[in-house]
Design a protein. Structure first.
Length: 95
């Protein structure tokens, strides 16, 4: 399992409802490759559209995270084909 701490931002006007811990969007670290991840909120119960903040994200393995995966890596996350937010890796907690 790979676990990271990341700063994410949910785009305003794309997603209309907040999410809680356990949200599982698809993450895009490599162009045209998506991987499922599990978001755990750190300092709040809800993450609203337009919010920016720190979260922990867990992935089952490091497939599709890229050869340059690490601190400073930018990524997008989506629901189906719709990109709903973006983020940057702040810390790799476990690899």
């Amino acid at each position: 399992m790979v676990k990271i701490r990341a700063t994410i931002r949910v785009y305003l006007g794309i997603r209309s409802t907040p999410f809680r811990s356990g949200y599982r969007p698809h993450f895009n670290f490599i162009d045209k490759m998506k991987v499922s991840g599990h978001i755990q909120l750190i300092d709040r119960k809800l993450f609203e559209p337009g919010d920016e903040g720190l979260v922990d994200i867990a992935f089952l393995n490091n497939n599709y995270l890229g050869d340059d995966f690490g601190v400073g890596k930018n990524f997008y996350f989506s629901e189906g084909p719709t990109i709903v937010g973006e983020g940057v890796v702040e810390e790799v907690i476990s690899a």
